[in-house]
Design a protein around this ligand. Structure first.
Ligand code: FEH
Ligand code: ZN
Ligand code: ZN
Length: 348
């Protein structure tokens, strides 16, 4: 089968042929419908050897949807049937510790002992025709949603959903939420904020086409990124600032805007991995503003995201590409030329 593999650190991925894997005891073989192309992969590819404890090679793709193809031995009692459309929950924990027991495998207490963070993150992921999932617990049924365009729900939607959910108590009528960076995560963050809260939503980006996408997603205000963006947001909020600022980029400049736009008792939540820094000291943030860097989301939250999509409350803006064009799609993503989320689809 065709697969997009990380064969060497700091090198582009290789499209190659590998055998279709067989599911072992407890495993499920998924026929892949789509694999989202996440900006985090660009960081994984550019980080030098040793940054991540992963062995090479492995198949990329940590945002995967598909159909149950073969239930391995011992999995037939799980209420899953061959042909079911499913999402693959991305963070693969130990499945046993207290965090995993409540479905928060993103915060598995044994993460440091595990050989990989999940499919596409140190072990074979979904940028292939088939994918092995180590347990049925990591599959969330899609119901009637089309798996060919649903893959972004499992990362680009789940990550901002988890980030927003923890701040919902602040997003009351008259409040403002800001989304910085209207890419794969950002365009869904705007939709989620409009679906889940009464807050006015401000979208910030450097690119006019991304701001147009934010408007389509329901943003109430569009602010060009850069000098003066924080001041514009403060004016929009009558000087109060935003109760939640979701930075989907995480660079020095966007973190500076986030801190400048934050209100007293707000949350500055960073889900972008650009590696910027935000000095946290008296005077750089308003009173009782908190800064947090959440990671992905929980299995129960992924089912909630699927319910929102099933009810038509959120809809990923997807452009599909053939699996074999992976390297070109990553280049487009790096150059800021992907609108919404790119999804790689196995040919045939
Ligand atoms: C992937 C790898 C490392 C950190 C964060 C991520 C996210 O894209 C997962 O949502
Ligand atoms: Zn990701
Ligand atoms: Zn665990």
């Amino acid at each position: 089968m065709t697969a997009v593999r990380m064969a060497a650190w700091q090198e582009p991925p290789q499209v190659t042929r590998i055998p279709v894997p067989e599911p072992g005891p407890g495993e499920v073989l998924i026929k892949v419908a789509g694999a989202g192309v996440c900006h985090s992969d660009l960081h994984v590819m550019e980080w030098p050897a040793g940054t991540l404890p992963y062995g090479l090679p492995f198949t990329l793709g940590h945002e995967t949807s598909g159909w149950v193809h073969t239930l391995g031995p011992g999995t037939r009692t799980t209420g899953l049937n061959e042909g079911d459309a499913v999402l693959v929950y991305g963070p693969w924990g130990c499945g046993v510790c207290p965090s995993c027991a409540r479905g928060a495998e993103n915060y598995c207490r044994r993460a440091g002992e595990l050989p990989a963070a999940g499919g596409g993150l140190g072990t074979d992921g979904g940028m292939a025709e088939y994918m092995i999932v180590p347990s049925p617990r990591l599959l969330v049924p899609l119901g009637d949603l089309d798996p060919r365009t649903a893959a972004p729900l499992t990362d680009a939607a789940l990550t901002p959903y988890h980030a927003i959910k923890r701040s919902l108590h602040r997003l009351v009528p008259g409040s403002t939420a800001v989304v910085i960076g209207v890419g794969g995560l950002g365009h869904l963050a705007v939709q989620l904020l409009k679906a889940l809260s009464a807050a006015d939503v401000v979208a910030v980006d450097t690119a006019p086409d991304k701001l147009d996408l934010a408007a389509e997603a329901g943003a109430d205000h569009l602010v060009p990124a850069g000098e003066g963006a924080a001041e514009r947001i403060r004016r929009l909020t009558g000087g109060l600032g935003a109760s939640l600022v979701l930075d989907c980029v995480g660079a020095d400049a966007t973190l500076k805007t986030a801190a400048g736009a934050a209100a007293v008792e707000s949350d500055v939540t960073v889900v972008g991995l650009a590696g910027g820094t935000l000095p946290v000291r008296y005077g750089t943030l308003p009173w009782e503003a908190s800064v947090t860097i959440p990671y992905w989301g929980t299995r129960p939250e992924l089912a909630e995201v699927v319910a929102l999509a099933g009810a038509g409350r959120i809809r990923p803006h997807v452009k599909t590409f053939p699996l074999g064009e992976a390297a070109e799609v990553y280049r487009l993503l790096r150059d800021g030329r992907i609108e919404g989320r790119a999804v790689l689809v196995p040919e045939g």
